[in-house]
Design a protein around this ligand. Structure first.
Ligand code: FMN
Length: 331
């Protein structure tokens, strides 16, 4: 059994703000950044900001909690960078459902090289929507990604078999078509895709997607953020097919969503550390019947949480984030 030495008044306010800034760099569905952090002088509390939830396409808040889980992973990594170990209590108070985690600090050793490299990768990580280099994912990295998911109670399933890949692609396309035909979903998406040169610090910016997204024959189609408005500023070119993978959890409770978010960010950071990035494709898991079909197709008892496509690429541009003062409560 490990003993935990809690740290008294460990962080300066400058450090607290720095740590929360790093947490806020996490990926989130449509860049909604649906999180709030409270520092009470000795611990952080992470809360879901449900005012930023997608009530139409994510009515249960699964993707919202997943996004918060990704921010929680970043918080933990930022604390390790400062030489602290995060002691996380997930869902600590059943009477307060929006409280997703309490994070206390334990004394630890100064950040080692692995932590410093992982933190540098956190800064490089971004959602990839352009073309991938034409080279396969290194087998060692493919295994490291699976290990990263396992460490956070998730599992990464690769879709390698050509027949299965074809069926998964056709499922994803069917989901995409259904969502594209749903006016309420499209209205919600429009609200999170501001016009070019907008000063908004949330939502998916026009620089992050193409105006005419390609419809690749042998790959997952990107989500159409542009919606025919001509907003997209990213060059659109068909990239070599990436490696398709699905992140799954054993059960499908709120705790699993929080774990899936941590697993997602851990594997994205692991990939970025090796110059690999991921395109995220969540359409197929946003429709319960398509998600159930995917589950059957993967022959898994687990629950698909998100689909990804990995490949190597140059570093990309970063997407804006809200100022730290908008996501932090200091009391
Ligand atoms: C749960 C979840 C689902 C997402 N689904 C998609 C998606 O279907 N298509 C896509 O292009 N990006 C998707 N993203 C990526 C977000 O759009 C992205 O994280 C956000 O715009 C911030 O940009 P960044 O990741 O480059 O920092 C998803 C992210 C999360 C956390």
């Amino acid at each position: 059994m490990t003993t935990t030495m809690r740290v008294e008044q460990p962080l300066s306010l400058k450090d607290v703000r720095w740590v929360v800034t790093q947490a806020g760099r996490a990926p989130s569905i449509h860049n909604t950044q649906p999180w709030r952090f409270r520092w009470d002088g000795s611990a952080f509390e992470l809360r879901a900001d449900t005012t930023r939830g997608l009530t139409v396409s994510d009515p249960d808040g699964r993707e919202l909690v997943l996004s918060c889980g990704a921010a929680l992973y970043n918080l933990r990594l930022a604390l390790s960078k400062l030489g602290y170990r995060a002691v996380v209590t997930p869902l600590p108070d059943r009477t307060e459902p929006r409280l997703l985690a309490r994070v206390e600090l334990a004394a630890s050793v100064p950040a080692d090289t692995a932590t410093r490299l992982a933190f540098a990768a956190l800064l490089r990580r971004h959602t990839h929507r352009g073309s991938f280099d034409d080279r396969p994912l290194a087998p060692d990295l493919a295994v490291a990604l699976q290990r990263a998911a396992d460490e956070e109670f998730g599992h990464l399933i690769y879709v390698h078999d050509p027949g299965q890949r074809r069926r998964v692609l056709s499922l994803a396309r069917a989901a995409d078509r259904e969502l594209a035909a749903d006016e309420r979903v499209q209205d919600e998406l429009a609200r999170w895709t501001p016009a070019p040169r907008s000063s908004r610090t949330d939502g998916v910016p026009a620089t992050a997607y193409a105006a005419d997204p390609p419809l690749p024959v042998d790959d997952l189609a990107p989500r159409d953020f542009d919606q025919g408005r001509g907003f997209g500023r990213l060059d659109s070119d068909e990239s070599p097919p990436g490696v398709i993978a699905v992140l799954v959890t054993d059960t499908d409770l709120e705790l699993d969503w929080l774990n899936a978010g941590q697993a997602l960010e851990r594997l994205l950071v692991t990939a970025a550390r090796h110059g690999a990035f991921a395109a995220l494709h969540s359409q197929v898991v946003e429709l319960p019947h398509r998600r159930a079909e995917l589950r059957r197709e993967l022959c898994t008892d687990g629950y698909p949480q998100i689909m990804l496509r990995f490949g190597y690429a140059a570093d990309g541009t970063t997407t804006p984030r809200r100022p730290v003062d908008d996501i932090i409560d200091l009391t």
